[in-house]
Ligand binder design. Sequence first.
Ligand code: SF4
Length: 348
Amino acid sequence: MKETADPPADRAGDYDRPAARFDWEGQIEVRASAAMSCRRALWYAATGHEPAPPDDAALTVMETGRALEPVVLRAMQRAGWEVTPVDSDHPTPVTVQLTPEVTVKGHPDATGTAPLFGEEAVIEVKTRGPSAFKRWQALGAERSHPDSVAQAALYTYGRFGEARDAVLAVMDTAERTWDTEVIPGERVGDALERTRQWLAPLGVHYATHGADAEALPERDFEAGSWRCRSCPFLATCLPGDVEENANAAPEGEEPEVTAEDAREAVAAFVAAREALREPEGAKRQALDTLKAWMRHRGSAKAELANHTVSLVRSTRYAVDHKRLNALLDPEARAEIVTEQISQSVRVT
Ligand code: SF4
């Protein structure tokens, strides 16, 4: 689950760990939930820079995620899963020696087995807003949330010492629906390897420079990226961007629109929608009547009052994303399920 910088006192020992630190054995120890973070941010954490505390809104999101974790696990139990949640007061940490200089530590949310079959697996619980939830279902976790898959892979190796299936259980925070994705063992191994490759240069950096706070690794993300905008070390790493972030102007050469223009546009939209509502309703009712009449006659076309009325049949095709995601690796899926992002405005 997401972690907070301001945890309840009884869990503080677990949750107030920095994302990375140097241990007394000369290793850099990285928190599992931060394993795929920007390596410069991990360096800042390990060398003692203070992260900016999350704001109130971010804290609420984090606390919501944490509070819903047992809810998701209980829902799984009701659906037939055998679930062993972690003891939240005394979680058993797992440690993975990823490279000679890097260890990763953390603890899974739970372990369990799927209904009817399966061996014990790590269960990583996540909560998502509705659009992120749909995106996860369509693309699969390796494409939509690779950090979560890396986390589950680390816990799997730390707990079982081998690659085996891992389970992501995700709840839509708006609809309170939930679903699971099983990442097959082979792909859990791939995720661990990707994490190793990501963190290895950080270990080499430590071996070369020691715990030198001034010897910064390269930035992993571009200024202005969402990673940097939500980074707790933004003010240290890119001081100019903090102010820019606050006054971020819309991109591109958009015409200037005042707040008054926008208010008038909302009023015009609402008036137009109201004007359309009645004729649209009458049209739908008339079409429903004609559909019933055509079906009753059993014909697909009829001439009526100088008009041709047709009963149009259309077929929709659905993709079972869950099965597709289980069958194919993320690279093959990326060629089949593509993502197009467009922007539109909704007025409610
Ligand atoms: S601001 Fe961006 S580049 Fe700098 S440490 Fe944070 S994520 Fe990395």
